[in-house]
Design a binder for this molecule. Structure first.
Ligand SMILES: Cc1ncc(C[n+]2csc(CCOP(=O)(O)OP(=O)(O)O)c2C)c(N)n1
Length: 589
């Protein structure tokens, strides 16, 4: 068996469905092997850039709990891919990146796109050594199967992360022998979860607590624990807040949901954690500053348990907490076991109301208009059109923080945001993989700014090609909104390198498909937005859509670091509509 065929066979055995990438001289053998052997199991997805490809692979793993696989050629392709490898590293997402290298005989001898590190060439091993969880170079085919197994084991073992396999072009064609009999046949066999923690003390603390709170992090979904944790939370009646990354993972219409914690989170949640909670349990979050910043004093005052596989990071983030290293799924099961020995229900939250910050418009000389459409008003319209089942992807910037702060999500619509590296445009590329892995009837919605669109918007072309019914909503304010906000607040309003002339996003999008393959709309008022969303939802055949929302009224985003402690708030009425519960639990949790 040739190395390239062996790779494809292994990926098929693991039930990997897509290899995201861009081809090129040093990776074309892999694409040819997918062509010959992928069958109905494994397809290649041609992204428009390797940045997009890596984000797609990362999102397929982050959202659907698989191993994300991407590939690139050496040189520029490899450098682009590195962006998404870094995101997977930062957010502990399991990924396999296969990167072709110049033929062995040409390394250090002027080979095209040589990244061997020899004779002052770029050093691929060094590059990925610095950003991946695991990197290996296949220099010799004899240990190929071991090298592959170690790479994927490293990617899957918690805390998971990206593994990079560097393969010189000529080795793709060499014989590696048959797949060994003891080669792992399923990814589950590679996912080492570690032992179950002893949570007797936590159970005891919760039983005695008067105002306990659970902080639900993104690691819960990644470890496949969402369903079991939801059940446990309801059994214990444990009041719950989510982080921004897991916004939507706990049903918003459940009375146990207190809101979102973190920079774009809700002030009532932060107050409750800071001043009232007596036992705080965080699960599946490393509690980075973006999450803990607005309520950090809770860790000094309350009794805190921080449970996550990345206990080393927790030790630095919240040294005051009792840190419990564990995979979230193992922790959920351990807590259930502790509870079953001596069942109890938590004390109910008294007189709690979820509050949000009031909208603050920015009135400034350079502001385009005092009247006009603001992000909050646009989101109020969008609220009524959210898919009931699917996934919401948010991007960097003001529009995403406003969405997290102001939207209620239906229970079948969890959301994701890349906060590890926080790269703009992630949501656009990620949507491709999220929709490819979706079940029938599930829809992906992207909410991003024009800045994100201008960075990676051409991945919409990938979605059009694959006829993926993703709606890309682009909030166009003709600027990098969040940078402008920061400059206003931190640099006396001097705006530099964060504004540009308005781009016609709908016009650009129209060039990415024909009207029967891509729906495009442009709204400047709430009524127009409402009409267009109705039109999109009424399409006979679900299509990819791009909806440009022209934002002409600037707002201060509801982002805690930008707001004073006494910024005015409003109590948020709970969602009135009883959202239908999706017929099946999602694949990943
Ligand atoms: C790749 C990348 N470069 C720079 C940044 C820093 N950054 C964070 S938000 C932002 C502006 C985002 O603008 P836009 O996408 O238009 O969203 P808005 O804030 O206007 O809603 C920038 C430049 C980043 N997060 N990612």
């Amino acid at each position: 068996v040739k190395l390239c065929d062996a790779l494809v066979t292994a990926l098929c055995t693991w039930d990997v469905r897509h290899v995201y990438g861009v081809s090129g001289a040093n990776i074309e053998h892999l694409h040819d092997a997918i062509n010959r052997l992928g069958g109905t199991t494994l397809r290649s997805v041609l992204a428009r850039s390797e940045v997009g490809a890596a984000y797609m692979a990362e999102a397929s793993a982050r959202v659907h709990g698989t191993l994300g696989v991407c590939c690139a050629t050496s040189g520029g392709g490899m450098m682009n891919l590195a962006v998404g490898v870094a995101e997977a590293r930062a957010e502990a997402v399991p990924m396999l990146a296969i990167v072709g290298q110049t033929p062995l005989a040409l390394e250090g001898r002027g080979g095209f796109q040589d990244s061997s590190g020899l004779v002052r060439t770029v050093d691929a091993l060094g590059l990925f050594g610095a950003i991946a969880k695991h990197v290996a170079r296949v220099d010799d085919v004899a240990p190929f199967w071991d090298i592959l197994e170690s790479a994927v084991r490293a990617a899957m073992t918690l805390p998971s992360g990206p593994a990079v396999l560097l393969v010189p072009r000529d080795l793709f064609d060499l014989e590696v022998g048959l797949m060994p009999v003891d080669f792992p046949r399923s990814l589950d066999a590679l996912r080492e979860r570690g032992p179950a923690p002893d949570l007797t003390r936590l159970g005891e603390a919760l039983r005695r607590a008067e105002r306990p709170v659970l902080i639900w992090g993104t690691g819960v979904r990644r470890s496949g624990a969402s369903q079991e944790l939801r059940e446990l939370v309801r059994t214990l009646r444990l009041p719950t807040v989510t982080t921004m990354g897991s916004f939507g993972d706990f049903p918003h219409d459940d009375p146990l949901f207190l809101g979102v914690a973190g920079a774009a989170g809700h002030p009532s949640v932060h107050d409750y954690l800071r001043n009232q909670a007596d036992v705080v349990v965080s699960l599946g979050t490393e509690l980075p500053v973006m999450v803990r910043g607005p309520f950090a004093s809770a860790f000094d005052r309350a009794r805190c348990f921080a449970i996550d596989i990345s206990a080393d990071r927790l030790c630095h983030a919240v040294p005051q907490a009792e840190i419990i290293p564990a995979d979230p799924l193992m922790a959920v099961r351990a807590l259930r076991a502790a509870w079953e020995k001596e069942p109890f229900v938590c004390a109910p939250v008294k007189a709690y109301e979820l509050s949000r910050y009031e909208v603050q418009h920015v009135e400034s000389n350079d502001s385009t208009a005092v009247e006009g459409l603001g992000a909050t008003a646009a989101l109020a319209v969008l609220q009524e059109f959210l898919p009931l089942r699917g996934h919401l992807l948010l991007d960097a910037g003001n529009s995403a923080s406003t969405a997290i702060h102001r939207l209620w999500l239906p229970p079948g619509l969890p959301s994701s945001i890349a906060l590890g590296m926080g790269g703009m445009g992630y949501s656009i590329a990620a949507a491709v993989a999220v929709q490819l892995g979706a079940r029938q009837g599930e829809r992906t919605l992207v909410l991003c700014g024009d800045g994100a669109f201008l960075m990676l918007g051409l991945e919409i072309h990938t979605a059009v090609e694959l006829r993926l019914p993703i709606l890309f909503v682009v909030f166009n304010d003709a600027k990098h909104g969040m940078c402008v906000t920061r400059q206003r607040l931190l640099f006396e309003g001097r705006i530099e390198a964060s504004r540009y002339s308005s781009a016609q996003i709908a016009g650009i999008a129209q060039g990415l498909g024909s009207p029967d393959s891509l729906w495009v709309g442009r709204a400047s008022t709430p009524d127009e937005l409402d009409g267009l969303l109705r039109a999109y939802q009424g399409l006979e055949e679900a299509l990819p859509g791009v909806l440009e929302v022209c934002i002409t009224r600037e707002e201060l985003p509801p982002f805690a670091p930008f707001l004073s402690a006494d910024a005015p708030r409003v109590v948020a009425a709970r969602p009135r509509r009883r959202w239908p519960v999706p017929p099946q639990a999602r694949a990943t949790s």
